[in-house]
Design a protein around this ligand. Structure first.
Ligand code: 6GU
Length: 230
């Protein structure tokens, strides 16, 4: 059983995702537990304010340290093994190997900033890791937290029906997945590659490897350069 905690001002931006499909099943099977903390519930000022202007000027508001400090301290007190993940465009790239590694933790806490971000002192004090999910800017950390949660969750034992699907997929070996096909063999004049229909599994496996390499070279030359140096 792994617990995902979400520290967010907007629970509904996250909770909907666990109401269907695989992540719902993970919760129903007691493989995953989720909980929410709203930093607004921890404010000590009269108007429950969670944001303020930037020290030294700069566009936009930041989340203040106090509500987040008190929220995160509370989580640490309840759960000493809590591991704090901060989504931020300034983090290191989140990769498949991180998803696999973090699937072995017992309690992950995703701390989502809104507005222009979070006072850096919160990150310095609490962050175990800071991750970016790509080179673009989102309006808040919630979507990024969900992206990471999904990628982590499917690596937890028992969450996916078929273990093999974890072995063959994209990025497991720094190579993109080969194209795949289902029935019918011909649809609107478009055919499944003939070798796939003949049932020679060794030949199909080789063909898939070659197709995967071509696809990687075309779409991700950066990954392709890496597979050839190993
Ligand atoms: Cl993790 N957060 C935000 N706010 N924007 C991002 C991101 C994270 N990763 C890419 N853009």
């Amino acid at each position: 059983m792994i617990t995902f905690s979400y520290v967010t001002l907007f629970k509904s931006l996250i909770s909907f995702y666990f109401e269907e499909s695989i992540l719902k099943r993970a919760i129903d099977k007691n493989l995953l537990g989720i909980e929410f903390f709203n930093p607004r519930d921890y404010t000590k000022n009269k108007h429950n304010k969670v944001d303020d202007y930037q020290a030294g000027g700069g566009a936009g508001l930041l989340m203040c340290p106090q509500p987040l400090f008190d929220t995160l301290k509370e989580i640490k007190k309840i759960s000493p093994e809590a591991y704090f993940v901060f989504p931020a465009p300034a983090g290191k790239p989140f990769c498949q190997k991180d998803a696999k590694r973090l699937a072995n933790k017992s309690h992950l806490v995703f701390v989502s900033g809104r507005y222009e971000g979070i006072d850096e002192r919160v990150i310095e004090e609490f962050a175990d890791e800071v991750f970016s999910i790509g080179d673009y800017v989102l309006t808040g950390g919630e979507l990024a937290s969900l992206v990471m949660s999904d990628a982590i969750c499917r690596n937890i034992d028992g969450v996916l029906g078929n273990k093999d699907s974890l072995e063959e997929e994209s990025f497991e070996r720094d190579i993109l997945e080969a194209p795949s096909f289902t029935k019918p063999a011909e649809f609107e004049g478009l055919r499944v590659p003939s070798e796939f229909l003949k049932g020679n599994h060794a030949k199909i496996a080789n063909l898939k490897i070659e197709m995967a390499k071509l696809k990687t070279r075309y779409f991700r030359p950066d990954l392709y350069a890496r597979i050839n140096t190993r």
